[in-house]
Ligand binder design. Sequence first.
Ligand SMILES: Nc1ncnc2c1ncn2[C@@H]1O[C@H](COP(=O)(O)OP(=O)(O)OP(=O)(O)O)[C@@H](O)[C@H]1O
Ligand SMILES: [Mg+2]
Length: 88
Amino acid sequence: MTTAIIELDHLQKNFGKFAALKDVSFTLAPGQVLGFLGPNGAGKSTTIRAILGLLKKSGGSVTVFGKDAWRDDAAIHSRIAYVPGDVY
Ligand SMILES: Nc1ncnc2c1ncn2[C@@H]1O[C@H](COP(=O)(O)OP(=O)(O)OP(=O)(O)O)[C@@H](O)[C@H]1O
Ligand SMILES: [Mg+2]
């Protein structure tokens, strides 16, 4: 079986008592292009930060190239680029 490029399995992120992400799951297969849409506050940036390993998840799993997005961030970062829309 081909390794997914990105795989989210029941990703959860809480900010204190506030559940920003509740069970977010999707897979990006090799060769696919994924559009990630949602209204303001839906959790798009939070999800992307978890994928980038910039933000520690509260539950579930996030892998990029089959590696853990948080633990293996350095190896993942050597293979990706990210252009943020909300820089301060
Ligand atoms: N560091 C944080 N601390 C507390 N709450 C946060 C934090 N970051 C995000 N949130 C909250 O989590 C929810 C999701 O925010 P997020 O920024 O991921 O949404 P978004 O889909 O990227 O929105 P937008 O379209 O406005 O960029 C929002 O209710 C937001 O207020
Ligand atoms: Mg955002």
